[in-house]
Design a protein around this ligand. Structure first.
Ligand SMILES: Cc1cc2nc3c(=O)[nH]c(=O)nc-3n(C[C@H](O)[C@H](O)[C@H](O)COP(=O)(O)O)c2cc1C
Length: 170
């Protein structure tokens, strides 16, 4: 279990292309009633939009997390040391519809100000939903992505969220 110190988003350590794409993260979304769901993500990013520090994530409509992402505004991305990789693989394989993934993995959910993240994380971003849109087939300039990524036409919903707090384990 980690102790965290708050950091400004512009002072966050690490390379988010590597962190998200190779090491993965847990996207955790909390609904207004306090219920939450978490799933592994390896697509998404961190940057600047509308003069705000943002993260953006992509959730396919069939994910249980999608229901939470539509209903809730409180998103977190939790990043972990490599030793948690099996747990992240599990959270990316099973659905919160069927089981309590955090309990199964021995991860400790922490609730703060309506956001849920994990005590074992090494870095956490808390972000408030700003903008929602759907990936559209007609938007692709390179149609080969459609064959690779959308054979079932289950286009992601895009969520752009303002990073309202960031913390790193000490
Ligand atoms: C490494 C990895 C990365 C993933 N990235 C995403 C992603 O970016 N977007 C997405 O919709 N699903 C992604 N998934 C799939 C979900 O994590 C997976 O379907 C999960 O079981 C959904 O859980 P839920 O039904 O509780 O929401 C990924 C899975 C893995 C293993």
């Amino acid at each position: 279990m980690s102790e965290f110190k708050r950091v400004k988003p512009e002072s966050l350590s690490g390379n988010f292309i590597d962190a998200i794409g190779s090491k993965w993260a847990l996207l955790t979304v909390t609904r207004p009633d306090g219920s939450y769901n978490t799933m592994t993500v390896s697509w998404g990013g961190v940057g600047v939009l509308w003069n705000k520090p943002v993260c953006f994530v992509f959730v396919r409509p069939q994910r249980y997390t999608h229901e939470f992402s539509e209903a809730g505004e409180c998103f977190t991305l939790s990043f972990f040391e490599d030793k948690y990789r099996e747990k992240l693989a599990y959270c990316g394989r099973v659905s919160g519809r069927d089981t309590d993934k955090a309990a199964d993995c021995g991860l400790t959910p922490v609730r703060q100000h309506g956001y849920t993240f994990f005590a074992e994380a090494k870095q956490v971003l808390a972000a408030k939903k700003l903008y929602v849109d759907e990936i559209r087939e007609g938007g692709f300039v390179d149609p080969s992505i459609l064959d690779h990524c959308y054979p079932k036409k289950d286009y992601h919903t895009v969520y752009v969220c303002e990073i309202v707090a960031a913390a790193e384990a000490v």
